[in-house]
Design a protein around this ligand. Structure first.
Ligand code: HEC
Length: 292
């Protein structure tokens, strides 16, 4: 008797693969950090020109369309915008001035297209070293590049350990859908393999062989190996997050190890059912729409 669910698993897996490729593009677009171009000429001029150019930009004398002092006060004392003198955010990470000016923040407009790059770095260094502020190092493209991908300790403590922060809700729905289709396909493929593409109703005696024994032992060893790796990685991550300077957890390794454990356990179950357990195919199975 021909199974009526013999093709569906393959279709489901192909669809899942296509959606996954689609997802890859979405993820790339949304998550890739804006690359910082480190221009040596620009970096070299920042040190000499920031005191003059930065001062002019800040007070609206370089470009009439940009006047930081109008919102932040002539001495960085604050106004419509927050106080920049002694500002803890700036003191701890002066590179945020560059990104704030480039991209804007809240009701502060973005000046990325209005100011030239050298003007942005000049005003950033001016703010970082005026009104009593003093930066440990010059704000340069290299410093900014260094900051891309770095996560502050507060963000680190609050964010989910298992979902990378860049992933947004629609992506989670799509991933769930892909995983569902893939699972459906895999279960179908398994059932075709375990019970045969044609159903033979009746009792099936097991046929364990040296091959199946070896496969079983290897799969079990794999489960053990990845369990050890997983626990070790989790302990490392916990230690990293509680350290004085917290280190982001290695979510990718953790996820990979966990996935390997689950996959190998599924393999163990599959092998057990096919080679170590007497099975019975009931005739009703053949008319079922779903492979399980
Ligand atoms: C139209 C008013 C306005 C102008 C002009 C303006 N800002 Fe702002 N700025 C703000 C406001 C409002 C915020 C707070 C945004 C928020 O946190 O939501 C802010 C935030 C900032 C921050 C972040 C402070 C923090 O604690 O995180 C920096 C740095 C900054 N501005 C620098 C500048 C510089 C440099 C310029 C000039 C190139 C400038 N701003 C021009 C209104 C302005």
């Amino acid at each position: 008797m021909e199974r009526n669910d013999a093709v569906m698993p393959t279709v489901a897996i192909v669809v899942a693969a296509m959606m996954f490729i689609l997802l890859l593009f979405m993820f790339n677009k949304d998550t890739a950090p804006t690359p910082v171009v480190v221009d040596p000429k620009l970096s070299a001029s920042i040190a000499s020109e920031w005191p003059t150019v930065g001062n002019k930009v800040f007070h609206g004398q370089q470009n009439a369309a940009v006047n930081c002092s109008g919102c932040h006060g002539a001495n960085g004392e604050g106004g419509v915008g927050p106080k920049l003198a002694g500002n803890a955010d700036i003191l701890s990470n002066p590179a945020i001035i560059v990104t704030t000016v480039q991209k804007g923040k809240g009701s502060m407009p973005a000046f990325g297209g209005v100011l030239k790059d050298n003007e942005i770095y000049a005003v950033a260094n001016y703010v970082a070293n005026s009104f009593g502020n003093k930066a440990k190092e010059l704000v340069t493209p290299a410093l900014l590049a260094d900051n891309v991908g770095k996560v502050g300790p507060e963000v680190l403590r609050e964010r989910s350990r298992f979902v990378p922060e860049e992933i947004i809700l629609p992506e989670i729905f799509l991933v769930t859908f892909v995983v569902l289709l893939l699972t459906y396909g895999l279960i179908g493929l398994y059932s075709n393999w375990a019970e045969g593409a044609e159903l033979h109703p009746g009792i099936h005696k097991v046929r364990a062989s040296t091959m199946s024994m070896t496969a079983m032992v290897l799969a079990l060893a794999g489960v053990l190996l990845f369990s050890v790796l997983f626990v070790r990685q989790i302990l490392t991550s916990i230690a990293g997050m509680n350290a004085n300077t917290p280190v982001p957890p290695q979510v990718t390794s953790e996820g990979f190890y966990a996935a390997m454990i689950v996959l190998l356990l599924a393999l163990v179950l599959g092998l057990y059912k096919k080679y170590f357990m007497d099975g019975e195919v009931v005739v009703e199975d053949a008319s079922g729409e779903f492979p399980w």
